[in-house]
Design a protein around this ligand. Structure first.
Ligand SMILES: Nc1ncnc2c1ncn2[C@@H]1O[C@H](COP(=O)(O)OP(=O)(O)OP(=O)(O)O)[C@@H](O)[C@H]1O
Ligand SMILES: [Mg+2]
Length: 203
């Protein structure tokens, strides 16, 4: 049986963009989001299940319904289990980019601070930075270089957003990098999981 629930809420992107929240309300919302974000990422890494990670990470895919924050559009349910870190890393970068739309540099910095504050397992953020910036195969490095060139012109892409995050983390929580050996379930666990699941059908 498939159950669907209608959530009577609005996408968080709009809530943030309309600028009606005071700074402390905005901090509170971002911190609450980050706490749930961190939990979800930890589960994704521990279980290796891609269904816990959004393919299109954006605050448009988080609904604010009073005190509730509901994550929608988890499209990767049918992908094979494995190392979730590359997916988590990409999702984090995409969220940070979406947050940047329509805000000035000062607001963005404060927003990042609130997110990092609320994010319980900062080693995951550090591991995501490492994964995105340094741990890439040749093809992905090449695609990433292209992305960096494009975004350098626009100035507000995923690469630059993760650089901002890295700067903030190194300034405030440098210890996160020394312990950032976050790995999701790797070969052994993934192999046993794979036998129970159909092969990936979406890329
Ligand atoms: N208010 C809501 N309550 C419950 N579920 C919702 C609500 N809004 C969206 N969803 C669920 O989330 C899914 C994704 O919604 P979304 O608005 O991202 O549509 P989409 O088809 O992915 O469009 P886009 O390509 O613009 O992201 C919907 O298919 C629906 O199942
Ligand atoms: Mg969608």
């Amino acid at each position: 049986m498939l159950l669907l629930e209608f959530v009577d809420g609005r996408p968080m992107l709009g809530v943030l963009a309309e600028g009606r929240l005071s700074r402390s309300e905005r901090d509170d919302l971002l911190r609450r989001f980050a706490a749930a974000w961190s939990r979800r990422h930890r589960i994704a890494l521990e279980t290796g299940e891609p269904g816990f990670v959004q393919e299109h990470g954006t605050f448009q895919h988080v609904l604010v319904a009073g005190e509730r924050l509901v994550t929608i559009d988890l499209e990767q349910l049918f992908r094979r289990a494995g190392n979730s870190l590359p997916l988590v890393s990409k999702e984090i970068a995409a969220y940070l980019r979406s947050l940047w739309k329509g805000v000035d540099a000062e607001t963005y910095r404060r927003d990042l601070e609130a997110l990092v504050d609320g994010y319980d397992t900062r080693e995951i953020l550090a591991a995501a930075v490492n994964e995105y910036h340094y741990n890439r195969g040749r093809l992905r490095r090449w695609m990433w270089a292209l992305d960096r060139m494009r975004n350098a012109r626009r100035g507000r892409g995923k690469y630059v957003a993760l650089q901002r995050l890295e700067e903030l983390l190194r300034e405030r929580h440098p210890e996160a990098f020394s312990t950032a050996r976050v790995r999701s379930r790797t070969s052994v666990d993934a192999a046993s999981t794979r036998s129970r699941r159909a092969p990936a059908s979406s890329g």
